[in-house]
Design a protein around this ligand. Sequence first.
Ligand SMILES: [Zn+2]
Length: 274
Amino acid sequence: MLLGAHEGIAGGVSTAFARAEEDGAECLQIFTRNARGWAAKPLEAEEVARFRAEAARTAMPVAAHSSYLINAAAPDAEIRRKSWAGLADELARCEQLGIFALVFHPGSNPDEAEGLRLVAEAMAQALDAVPGKALLLTETTAGQGASLGHTFEQLAAIREGIPRALRRRAAVCVDTCHLFAAGYDLTTDEGYAATFDALERTLGLGAVKAFHLNDSKKPLGCRVDRHEHIGEGAMGRSPFRRLVNDARFAAVPAFLETELRYRENLAVLRSLVS
Ligand SMILES: [Zn+2]
């Protein structure tokens, strides 16, 4: 497992690499635009060049996280239109920057089947509109309200809804806090094994292209998304000890999203490697 964090982009996307280095990270995740607004200025050619130079200098894999406004499953046609356009635009920015994957939350819709179908259609449309190498990763969610993606079955249904020719660029990002909040218990050997057996049966372990490593402030199955520093929440250190030593994920980039104390959290994770 490559260990990194979600880094800030104040001063331009290229500045995130120096922050990642400062934190002792081996990989990083960024926003490629303002995460809380719809409007985004196109990337300037010089900033793209600086970003690519930094990526080459540091050799760190980079993922992007989409804007929080995107709800590809939205029942409201106008929000959905903006979301689908936003998803394709963000994927295009990843392609421009050479970012390997765009992570997004599938979104919410009280009609589960309809919501899953809409997410698959949004992904197909974005992948078709933006040819290239960048992957689109649906993230496992805590399952708050009507949000989709809190079971592996839902993520598999989304993936299967994408035409076969485009599906090779569709994969998943596993967030440990969200898994736990959704009811997947990683705190015991049996729970950990059962979780990844279930993932293997539904999506295949090869579909996991990134991890978000966060502890959870809230208990198992609470369906609430509140990140906590590694080992200081309801999950404790054992799930992370299992993950960082799991040979099946040795080459997969993993990002902290605790917002603060990255250096310290990375040190905790590294102390668990045996
Ligand atoms: Zn996450």
